[in-house]
Design a binder for this molecule. Sequence first.
Ligand code: NDP
Ligand code: OXD
Length: 307
Amino acid sequence: MSLILLRSDKNYEQWLNAFADFDPDFPVFIPETAENKGDIIMALSWKAPTGSYTQYPNLKVIGSMGAGVDHLFEDPELPENIQLTRVVDEYLATDMREFVLAQCMSTIKNLNTFSRKQPHWDRLPYRRVADVTVGIMGLGVLGQAVGKLLHQVGFKVTGWSHSYKDLEFVKSYSGEKELNKFLSSAEILVCLLPLTEETKGILNKALFFELPHGAYLINVARGGHLHESDLLDALHSGKLGGASLDVFEQEPLPKDHPFWREPNIFITPHVASVSSPASIIPQVVENYNRLQAGEPLLNTVSRKRGY
Ligand code: NDP
Ligand code: OXD
């Protein structure tokens, strides 16, 4: 029995090294070294080439190498009867909350704008954390981690999710019916939703219309959430004051993409929070052992919900 790593970019070395450091005897392969495909019972994958999973007749579990699982559902040949898991990791959460805090501070203190305007000596009005409401779309593992830190720092924090959350650090809104109420106070809107059929394109003109005038968007979820031309229109009309974008429909963002030329869009290359193999491998191995023992797995994904 063994585990296979699957990635389109074939960036396997750091994963193989981390498995070897964790347990030199752990049976891990990559497509080029997996001679007996029938032995593979689990895959650990990040954007695997389409059709990869069907190559392994005894595959029982596919684990995402990250928190997001949208890449798994993109494969039209994803086998029906296979259990899906994802990463829930302390470092992924702390890195994300620090990144979003940095973006929030940067926008209310105009730091990105000052560096873009160098060498001009122009003062700009700034805001204090206590006067700013940050609305977080998606109050899951990462959304809650972000919300808690922003609350500790002094921001007013609201959040929106499928189900109501009883949390002391965030005012919770839930479901379609409460979306507009949630949006009406979000001066900074953070997207931390999973990309699903329901959330695709959710950051669009109609949603921007409901935000306070001049609101700021932080998208650290997926490029597929954002309607790109609606964002450009909202920035040009002043409806939105700016946006920090870490994720894009096409990554790397093509050199000729209009976002690069937009003065109030601040781009980072999908680095808000990056999975560390050393940190993630223990939970993968735990799931591999549970699979063999017939025990319930950790961090499972609902196919029905898509996350
Ligand atoms: P979780 O699954 O823990 O949380 C998802 C949240 O979104 C839940 O609160 C869920 O509601 C809510 N949600 C899902 N669908 C809807 C909907 N249709 N309407 C309202 N709320 C909805 O995910 P994580 O917090 O772990 O991760 C979120 C995303 O962050 C990932 O899917 C990934 O795309 C992205 N990510 C980006 C990274 C980066 O570097 N830029 C790094 C890591 C992740 P409920 O709680 O009610 O189920
Ligand atoms: C993830 C990511 O989903 O890095 O973990 O985007």
